[in-house]
Design a protein around this ligand. Structure first.
Ligand code: ATP
Ligand code: MG
Length: 419
């Protein structure tokens, strides 16, 4: 019996029709990251589970319920598919002593895995482009990363998303706020949903992050961390705002922005598009000055962000039609002599940068010309017995224009590849 195997739910194939958009995003991101001096690093997709439990935080959605965790049958080690890139990046930086010579600006990309309910903009395998800067106390670097991301949105010509910023202050300030927040939430216990009740004592700040519409009023009047900021936190936040103001990057201070991961301090930010429904956050990031130390490194501040590529691609889809990567020419040939010289000719043109689809599977000129038309190529190149004998080639523009027969050298001088 034939097997009927399908992709794992929430894990998508990206089909040839869509890949040009992905490539455009990837090229733009690479270019913009390089423009600011960020260098690429590549980490494994699988890491020890403990890395994420410690680095992302025990009481986060990710660690509590979203990780793909399994036991390596050969040695009993608990491993996880990476749900995000920062923890692995910090591990790699420490493992290879990258901070020894000084601060580092790094970027990474690749698939991430979270066991969530699949819906538009939310998948179980999704992709991030992220960057991290280590060794810079900021807020200049926090601003740089935000300004850089604004440049990327412009480079992609997507509708400018809204920038939300907030400060999570220091650990001590959060502890103070936490007490007050717990008292407030306890006083309104009857309005808390199940998640919020569970988090009330483990991670009350995350209650503010809830997307449950029924809790939004409660959240809106909850004690704000921003009111608990000490001098250093306040100065950092004001500094960030000054940098953004000077750069002309508009933002909204959102006191309820707490972000999903445990390790943030001071700056947190998100870019939110209003065109993607409740999955509107296309990029989230912030500062995590304690993380390097947690993993046993010499204390070094860190700041970074992650872009959800699928969500940006949805915006690209909205703003432009898919561009098929059509070849420059489709090579049509028939007859024994032509069969010998046509492939050689195709190679010669490719040497000069042409993209040539060579007809395969035989058949007459008429049937081959249909394929040439359907290929979207700019030209059909025809080689028959006459051309083969004369060492020439017939160029037929497929979008209007006269056909002509000429020698390969003349063709190369006369026509440029269009792609
Ligand atoms: P959300 O609140 O949407 O769950 P998050 O806070 O969990 O996001 P981060 O951990 O900050 O997300 O990841 C950075 C970005 O990665 C998000 O802003 C989003 O664009 C993207 N992202 C996160 N989870 C998914 C997912 N399951 N599918 C697609 N993209 C995702
Ligand atoms: Mg999430």
């Amino acid at each position: 019996m034939a097997l009927n195997i399908q992709a794992v739910r929430g894990m998508n194939d990206i089909l040839p029709e869509a890949t040009p958009r992905w490539a455009r995003f990837e090229a733009a991101a690479r270019e913009v990251f390089a423009q600011y001096g960020y260098r690429e690093i590549r980490m494994p997709v699988v890491e020890p589970t403990a890395l994420f439990v410690r680095g992302v935080g025990e009481h986060t959605d990710i660690v509590e319920k979203e990780m793909y965790t399994f036991v390596d049958a050969l040695n009993g080690e608990s491993l996880s598919l990476r749900p995000e890139g920062t923890a692995g990046c910090v591990r790699a930086v420490l493992e290879h002593n990258l901070l020894y010579p000084g601060p580092q600006r790094l970027w990474y990309s690749g698939p991430m895995f979270r066991h969530e309910r699949p819906q538009k903009g939310r998948y179980r395998q999704f992709h991030q482009f992220g960057l991290e800067a280590f060794g810079y106390p900021g807020p200049d670097i926090d601003a740089e990363q935000i300004i850089l991301s604004a440049r990327l949105w412009r480079a992609l010509s997507i509708p400018m998303p809204a920038l939300h910023i907030n400060s999570l202050g220091s650990g001590a300030e959060r502890a103070q706020h936490r007490e007050e927040l717990i008292r407030y939430l306890e006083a309104h216990r009857e309005f808390l949903d199940e998640d919020a009740r569970r988090r009330l004592y483990t991670n009350p700040l995350r209650v503010l992050d809830s997307k449950n519409p029924a809790m939004q009023n409660l959240i809106a009047s909850a004690p704000k961390l921003l009111d608990h900021l000490g001098e250093a936190s306040r100065a950092h936040f004001d500094g960030l705002r000054r940098h953004l103001d000077r750069a002309g990057v508009a933002y909204e201070v959102n006191p309820r922005l707490v972000r999903g991961l445990d390790y943030y301090n001071f700056t947190v930010f998100e870019w939110v598009s209003d065109r993607l429904g409740s999955q509107g956050t296309i990029c989230g990031g912030g500062r995590y000055d304690g993380l390097v130390e947690i993993f046993g490194g010499k204390p070094a501040p860190g700041c970074g962000f992650g872009i959800g590529v699928e969500r940006v691609i949805l915006l690209l889809e909205e703003s432009e039609p898919a561009v098929a990567s059509a070849p420059d020419a489709y090579l049509v040939f028939a007859g024994e002599a032509a069969g010998e010289c046509a492939p050689r000719l195709a190679e010669q043109l490719r040497d000069a940068g042409w993209r040539i689809v060579q007809h395969c599977g035989g058949g007459g000129f008429k049937a081959q010309m249909k394929k040439a038309d359907a290929s979207g190529a700019t030209f059909a190149l025809l080689v028959g017995d006459d051309e083969a004998q004369a060492g020439t080639i017939t160029v037929k523009p497929l979008r209007g224009g006269e056909q002509e027969t000429l020698a390969p050298d003349a063709l190369l001088r006369r026509y440029q590849p269009k792609h």
